[in-house]
Design a protein around this ligand. Structure first.
Ligand code: ATP
Ligand code: MG
Length: 257
C-alpha cells in the first residue's frame, strides 16, 4: 500500500512543485514505483516532465470521462516515475473544482484508494490557495508537508495553514499528519534565514533546509530530473550543489519510513 504525501502551503511560489517533483524523482531513482499527481490547475509539474500534452488528464478521471489507467503516463526520461497530469490550457481542473467538486469532496480520496495498491509512493503537488480542491487533496493523503521560503510572510502563512488544517481535520473527519516543514531556497549565510529556521523549529516541527540552487530551474527548463541534470553537467562543474542533493536525500530517507 502506497504512502501518500501532499506538499502544501497556501502561499504561492515557495517551491511546492520543485520540492514535490524532485522528491518524486528521488523516489523513482531509488527504485520505487512512484506516482506524481498534478493537482494544480496551472499544470507546472506536468509541463516540467512532459513535453507533449497527453490525451487525458486528472480532471477527466475525476469526471468519469476516462479510466485512471488511461490518464496515467510514464515519465519518458525516468524509470519508475509516473504522472497523473493536469494541463493548464483549457482549465478543466479549475472548472471542475469550481463547479462539481462541492458535491463530491471525497473524490480524490476515492481516487487515491484505487491507486495505493499499484504504487509504492504517491506524491501530490497542490496549487497555492486553500479552496475545495486543496482540501479534497489534503484529506486524501496520509501526510501533508509544508514547503516555505525563509521569509516572514511564509512564516505567517504557516501559522494560517496550521489553523486551517485543524478545521479541515475536524470538518472532514481527517487525521492527516502535519509534522514536517521544508525551508526552501535557504542560505545559511543570511541571518534572517537562520532566524526563520529557528522560529519554524520552535513549533514542534521537523524542519529541513533546501539550499537555493539554480539547478532546479535549469532542470525544469530541460524537462529533467534535477538529479539527472547534475549527472549530465558534472564534467563541466556546473551541476547541482552536493549539499542540495544531500538535503533532498535526507528528506526522502525520512518521509517514506
Ligand atoms: N531551492 C531553490 N533554488 C532556486 N530556485 C528555486 C528553488 N526552489 C524553487 N525554485 C524556483 O522558484 C520558482 C518557484 O518554484 P515552484 O514553482 O516550485 O513554486 P510553487 O510553490 O510550486 O509555486 P505555485 O504556488 O505557483 O505553485 C521556480 O522558478 C523554481 O525553479
Ligand atoms: Mg507549483
Amino acid at each position: 500500500m502506497a504512502k501518500t504525501i501532499a506538499f502544501h502551503l497556501q502561499k504561492g511560489g515557495v517551491g511546492k512543485t520543485t520540492i514535490s517533483g524532485t522528491l518524486a524523482c528521488e523516489s523513482a531513482l531509488n527504485g520505487f514505483r512512484t506516482l506524481l499527481i498534478d493537482v494544480d490547475p496551472q499544470g507546472n509539474a506536468s509541463s516540467w516532465f512532459l513535453k507533449d500534452a497527453p490525451l487525458y488528464e486528472l480532471a477527466d478521471v475525476l469526471q468519469g470521462k476516462c479510466y485512471i489507467n488511461d490518464a496515467i503516463v510514464k515519465v519518458p526520461s525516468l524509470e519508475n516515475l509516473y504522472l497523473l497530469p493536469t494541463f493548464g490550457i483549457g482549465g478543466n481542473l479549475k472548472t471542475y473544482s469550481e463547479t462539481k467538486l462541492s458535491e463530491e469532496p471525497f473524490v480524490l480520496q476515492d481516487l487515491i484508494n484505487e491507486l495505493v495498491k499499484s504504487f509504492d509512493h504517491i506524491i501530490l503537488d497542490l496549487s497555492p490557495g486553500l479552496g475545495r480542491l486543496e482540501r479534497a487533496a489534503i484529506i486524501a493523503c496520509d501526510e501533508v508537508i509544508t514547503p516555505m521560503t525563509p521569509e516572514v510572510f511564509s512564516l505567517d502563512g504557516l501559522e494560517i495553514f496550521i489553523d486551517e488544517l485543524s478545521k479541515i481535520r475536524k470538518n472532514l473527519r481527517s487525521d492527516v499528519k502535519h509534522s514536517r516543514v521544508i525551508i526552501n531556497s535557504f542560505d545559511e549565510r543570511i541571518k534572517q534565514h537562520r532566524e526563520i529556521y529557528g522560529a519554524a523549529s520552535n513549533g514542534n516541527f521537523i524542519v529541513y533546509k533546501v539550499p537555493v540552487d539554480p539547478a532546479f530551474r535549469k532542470a525544469q527548463e530541460l524537462s529533467k530530473a534535477p538529479q539527472l541534470y547534475v549527472e549530465s553537467f558534472k564534467n563541466l562543474h556546473r551541476g547541482m550543489k552536493v549539499k542540495t542533493l544531500e538535503a533532498i536525500k535526507l528528506i526522502d530517507n525520512d518521509i517514506w519510513s
